[in-house]
Design a protein around this ligand. Structure first.
Ligand code: PLP
Length: 376
């Protein structure tokens, strides 16, 4: 999708607008597959749960990582018309419930589907045994998240030193241990995180094997970086190292990954309109009809930066861009280089397909941006 296409769609549909290009989605999926051919792709639905996106990835052959009952049901919707046995095979082989902490009601609701679920502590294991005894389990390991844009290791993952004891507890409870997972943190550009994680898993698997526990699946999580700027090296470079380590350390394991951002970030652009303008302390301040509570929520929740661009050309100056809400936190940028803009002019952002519209709210009475899908 070009900025020109975005502009004409914004004129047609109005603003605020998010446009998702499914051709780019398919391309990202194919790139991931090309770089890591032995890895099964489980799209992390949380990154953007739009049913159209799930449909495209489903048709491309994708599997899914869900982290709530609602996300599970969104994926289930894709397969609800399959014959019962195929539907069950898909749930077993192509969905992972990758939130290590689950409400008991969710486990109760999931049990009938015989799902694959992750855990990282003994209490969770007991809960799974009590409320979803038919589930297969995957142990989530804590691994280095050094330098990742969103760090996850302080919230989830057991210490590698506790891992085999937890695997033993799963066996004692007669739960089927299917595999081991980790997450190196989101937008991980530090390949060492993956390398160290793979080595930690190799150690755990060999100790588990020596105690008679077999591991079938290795889930290398998400974290694969989107190219928000030129400092992010091409995915091929990172993937080459991961691929070599996987082949060397785990030639016999089924390898799966849970990319979210990598698949969807570059697939969407957003457009917003200037609805107000003022000069404060000598700086031009623009107000747009979107906000950090809406499409730009990734600024807050995802620690992400979305450079703003104008369709208009002209001499540029430093200005600030604020959102439409009445809250001062709603600051999209305090230093953006933009030409002189007037009421009704459009601004746009690229690379806004991950963790943006997904976490948009209706704060202050403003509805989230309309989402349009192209090249579906
Ligand atoms: C368990 C799990 N898997 C996958 C993902 C997706 O990560 P990413 O978007 O960095 O690929 C996340 C993100 O938080 C996660 O928590």
């Amino acid at each position: 999708m070009t900025p020109d296409t975005l502009q004409s769609l914004a004129r047609e549909h109005g603003t605020p607008l998010v446009v998702v290009d499914h051709e780019i989605l398919r391309q990202n999926y194919a790139d991931f597959k090309r770089c890591l051919p032995n890895v099964q792709i489980y799209y992390a639905v949380k990154a953007t749960p739009a049913p159209a996106i799930l449909g495209t990835l489903y048709r491309a052959g994708g599997s899914f990582d869900v982290a709530s009952l609602a996300e599970f049901m969104l994926v289930h919707d894709l397969i609800k018309d399959l014959p019962a046995s195929q539907r069950q095979d898909f749930i077993w082989d192509q969905i992972i419930y990758a939130n290590p902490i689950k409400p008991k009601e969710t486990l109760q609701a999931l049990d009938q589907y015989k799902p694959l679920v992750t855990f990282d502590n003994a209490l969770e294991l007991q809960k799974i045994k009590q409320y979803a005894p038919q589930a297969g389990v995957i142990l989530r390991l804590k691994v280095p998240n050094t330098g990742s844009m969103v760090e996850l290791s302080s919230k989830f993952g057991c210490d590698p030193g506790e891992a085999v004891a937890l695997i033993q507890q799963a066996a004692d409870l007669n739960l089927v241990l299917e595999g081991i997972s980790f997450h190196v943190g989101s937008q991980c550009t530090n390949v060492e995180n993956y390398v160290q994680a793979l080595h930690l898993v190799a150690g755990v698997i060999s100790e588990a094997l020596s105690r008679g526990h077999e591991v079938r699946i290795l889930d290398i999580g998400g974290g694969f970086p989107a190219r928000y700027n030129q400092h992010v090296r091409p995915f091929d470079d990172l993937a080459q190292v991961i691929d070599a380590e996987i082949r060397r350390l785990f030639p016999d394991l089924q390898i799966i990954a849970e990319p979210g951002r990598f698949l969807v970030a570059s697939a969407a652009m957003s457009a917003a309109q200037i609805i107000g303008k003022a000069v404060r302390d000598g700086k031009i301040c623009y107000y747009i009809d979107d906000s950090v509570y809406h499409t730009f929520s990734g600024i807050i929740f995802d620690h992400c930066v979305y450079p703003l661009k104008a369709f208009k050309e002209g001499p540029e100056s430093i200005c600030a861009v604020f959102g439409q809400t009445c809250d001062a936190l709603d600051t999209i940028s305090l230093a953006e280089n933009l030409p002189e803009l007037e009421m009704g002019d459009l601004l746009y952002a690229e690379m806004i397909g991950a963790y943006s519209s997904a976490s948009a709210t209706g704060f202050n009475g403003f509805a989230p941006a309309k989402v349009v899908h192209v090249n579906v």
